[in-house]
Design a protein around this ligand. Structure first.
Ligand code: FEO
Ligand code: CA
Ligand code: CA
Ligand code: CA
Length: 638
């Protein structure tokens, strides 16, 4: 919905008008022209070469697919795709398995035992050392209430609010492959839904702070629910990190919000979810601290269905896109995170303590102690991590930060003061498992280049409607430490048609073209998978016309070769990507098939845009998890 929906396109969000990045801005005549070639990299890196160990160096081993505007999912001819877990499908819990009603008439109680809507980030957790048996943890980012209820939003009541809340959050489902077919296990001891009402815990430096206390929870440590769970991550100790992105849209604030509320995009009536009309918790005029209990990374142990999810305040409060974890050389957790909004920042958390053997029980405090940094991208491919630590970098009481808790709760404002670089909407971050090289998608920013919001070395294009991908290496050597305080960066790709880009050929895509990169993962073999999210309001129009529906591509980081692997049905976004440990299956999510350009779906014409995945008799389009395998059982992508 163009006027304020929970999805990730350009909306009336928070406002970052701080002048801090001006020191990086350069005039366009000085912009550097880089291609992803070894020669350009060597130039950038001085004596270092960039590419040798990243990627496979072999041609991508599948037949690429053409762009498509068809209402179907297309994969390479050597592959097969299977719809596994649709919105409304039973989670397979012991408590019961209510079937999906094609007209959207399931009750909120039934919805709480079914797949939520609008699947997004997702991770696979193997069970029993069997690569074809495991748990999928899946985010349900937001709802299209035009599809969610039989008559959409024509009427509105407390039960509809409860159903919308039950369709948000996370699924944990047990999946297994038998004779080449994946299925969700019934009667699973692990199956679980986490929703917008699930009891949770706040931990870390900000837990219990006055700004987190409410009338219902004077302790400031017992929030309810998680919202707008976008991308996700998996920790090396086996937990799921789910990330709260556009949570502001669910709250109705007072008529004239203050500066802190505006910085996070809070406003009267929110984005049209209308929860506050029947659930006072979302009326921020009455409960001004309730929004402070969202905007966090939430840790879930998928192996323990009784675990209380934990909001980790040490990782900061913003509009979290994702949380990608790796380890420093001495075994500390390093979590990379984007704040997806125009002119927002890239963050990294480095834990104080090392990871130890023993899974979550032995590592349940790792994400509570450590240092949060924000990225400054300087010229000439240099970069620095700025600590967001009370008393450093201007984060003092005189500048409005009384404690570390306030630095974390007002994390965007802290990053402003520290002098971070404003980016073109940071979405997913991926780490190469062998080299430690890091990739980030900057999905787009149509306001880049406007007065006072100039281009810089890292965000070099005005009116950047196609987005770009940056890669960096930690430290100053080729195999630096993830815990380092500085980094070296360059562009991996400037998306879109290079012929349409008057600025030249920096980071030209070598192969199939795409726009608005969002989902991103490096698999265990070093291949980079790129998923796109051209917003529905722009899909197949103007400069995006030649791109067709949203897609997933595979790229070799060492050569730059990029090939289109998959195209999605009408009106969808491709997101969520996770592999089985043997890489013989990849799971992806088709989010919001059939989404309309400007409004929530019309309940009288639910199939107006898409009939995916169930066809003409299916009732309504449904977001779904899809399992993809090579027909010969081989390793995906190779
Ligand atoms: Fe929910 Fe920024 O994508
Ligand atoms: Ca989305
Ligand atoms: Ca997006
Ligand atoms: Ca996204």
């Amino acid at each position: 919905m163009s006027k304020g929906f929970g999805k990730c396109f350009e909306l009336q969000d928070g406002v970052n008008d701080t002048p801090n990045p001006s020191i990086h801005e350069v005039d366009s005549g000085r912009r550097h022209v880089f291609k992803c070639t070894t020669a350009a990299v060597a130039l950038l890196m001085g004596s270092h070469t960039w590419g040798a160990s990243a990627g496979t160096g072999k041609p991508l081993g599948f037949t690429g697919v053409p762009v498509s505007v068809a209402d179907t999912l297309t994969v390479p001819v050597e592959y097969e795709a299977q719809v596994l877990y649709r919105w409304g499908d039973p989670i397979g819990s012991a408590q019961g398995s209510p079937a999906f009603e094609l007209d959207g008439s399931n009750t909120w109680q039934e919805q709480s035992l079914q797949a939520g809507m609008h699947h997004d980030g997702m991770e696979f957790f193997p069970l029993d050392q069997d690569p074809r048996h495991g748990l999928l943890a899946i985010n349900h980012e937001y709802t299209d209430d035009g599809l969610l209820h039989a008559d959409g939003m024509k009427t509105w009541n407390a039960d509809k609010v409860r159903k919308s809340q039950a369709a948000h959050g996370v699924s944990v489902v047990e999946v297994v492959e038998r004779a080449g077919v994946w299925q969700v296990m019934p009667h699973s001891m692990y199956a679980r839904r986490i929703t917008a009402s699930t009891p949770m815990r706040l931990s870390g430096p900000a837990a219990g702070h006055d700004m987190l206390k409410t009338a219902a929870d004077p302790s400031g440590t017992r929030p309810l629910g998680t919202l707008n769970n976008c991308a996700a991550g998996q920790t090396p100790w086996g937990t799921y990190l789910t990330c709260e992105e556009n949570w502001n849209g669910y709250f109705s604030s007072r008529q004239h919000p203050g500066a802190d509320e505006l910085r996070y995009g809070l406003g009267p009536n929110g984005w049209g979810y209308r929860w506050h009309e029947h659930d006072e918790r979302f009326d921020a005029a009455k409960h001004p601290n309730e929004p402070n209990r969202f905007g966090w990374v939430v840790e879930i142990d998928p192996m323990d269905p009784t675990q209380t999810p934990v909001k980790r305040t040490a990782l900061g409060r913003f509009k979290h896109e994702g949380a990608t974890t790796t380890l420093s050389k001495d075994g500390r957790a390093v979590v990379y995170m984007g704040d997806d909004e125009r002119f927002e920042y890239i963050y990294k958390f480095v834990s104080r303590d090392r990871m130890v053997p023993g899974g979550y029980p032995a590592n349940r405090q790792v994400l509570d102690h450590g240092t949060l940094y924000v990225a400054r991208f300087d010229a000439q491919g240099h970069g620095r991590w700025l600590p967001l630590v009370h008393g450093q970098n201007g984060l003092t009481a005189e500048r409005g930060f009384a404690s570390q808790a306030e630095v974390l709760i007002r994390c965007r404002q802290a990053a402003d003061v520290a002098g971070a670089t404003k980016m073109d909407r940071p979405e997913w971050i991926a780490v190469h498992p062998q080299t430690g090289e890091v990739f980030v998608t900057l999905t787009n920013n149509s306001q880049r280049g406007q007065p006072g919001r100039g281009v810089d070395d890292a965000n070099p294009r005005g009116d950047n409607i196609m987005g770009h991908i940056i890669r960096w290496r930690e430290g100053t050597t080729q195999h630096g430490d993830a815990g380092a305080g500085e980094f070296r960066w360059m562009h991996f790709a400037l998306a879109g048609d290079p012929k349409a880009d008057k600025a030249g050929s920096r980071g030209t895509i070598l192969g199939d073209m795409y726009g608005c990169p969002d989902g991103l993962k490096v698999d265990a073999g070093g291949l980079l998978w790129i998923q796109t999210d051209v917003s529905t309001s722009a899909l197949n129009q103007g400069a995006y016309t030649s791109l067709g529906n949203n897609m997933m591509l595979c790229a070799d980081p060492s050569t730059g070769e990029t090939k289109r692997f998959l195209t999605g049905p009408s009106g969808c976004e491709i997101t969520g990507i996770t592999f089985t440990p043997d890489r013989r299956a990849v799971f992806i999510n088709i989010q919001h098939p059939g989404e309309t350009a400007s409004e929530r779906s019309d309940p009288d014409r639910p199939q107006a845009v898409s009939r995916w995945p169930d066809g003409p008799t299916g009732g309504r389009p449904r977001s779904a998890t899809v399992a993809i395998r090579r027909k010969d059982g081989g390793i995906v992508g190779t």
